[in-house]
Design a protein around this ligand. Structure first.
Ligand code: ZN
Length: 128
């Protein structure tokens, strides 16, 4: 893949992720102001139940947000590597990442082999 094409795809992806994130922020802010007015009005029991649901919803939201932020970080990292001239190489062994893999995943940081290794590493640090 040409550097120009890679940059275009990465910039489009960055735009998409930023839009998802800002939609998310707007929704989140709206939720928060609703929660406040709600908790002032509700009885204690009702409030407890709401808090349980809200906590669950918020955790779910946070994991989606984390996912989006992680993808965004990868895309920005890939754009940085385009600037550095290191784009398209595995960060582990500096070997070129196969073309098909970059086509499928323009923000790829590792070849398939080392991607699996990096994910095992990450899972060890932060078990799901
Ligand atoms: Zn590698």
């Amino acid at each position: 893949m040409e550097a120009d094409e890679a940059r275009q795809r990465l910039e489009a992806e960055r735009e998409r992720l930023v839009a998802v994130k800002s939609d998310f922020d707007v929704e989140h802010l709206t939720d928060e102001s609703e929660d406040e007015s709600l908790s002032e009005l509700s009885s204690v029991d009702q409030h407890q139940a709401d808090v349980g649901t809200e906590t669950f919803e918020r955790e779910k939201d946070l994991s989606i947000l984390e996912q989006v932020e992680a993808e965004l970080a990868d895309v920005e990292h890939a754009l940085q590597r385009l600037d550095d001239g290191t784009y398209g190489t595995c960060e582990f062994d500096n070997k070129p990442i196969p073309e098909e893999r970059l086509e499928a995943l323009p923000a790829a940081r590792f070849c398939v082999e080392h991607q699996a290794e990096a994910e095992r590493e990450a899972a060890r640090v932060r078990p799901e």
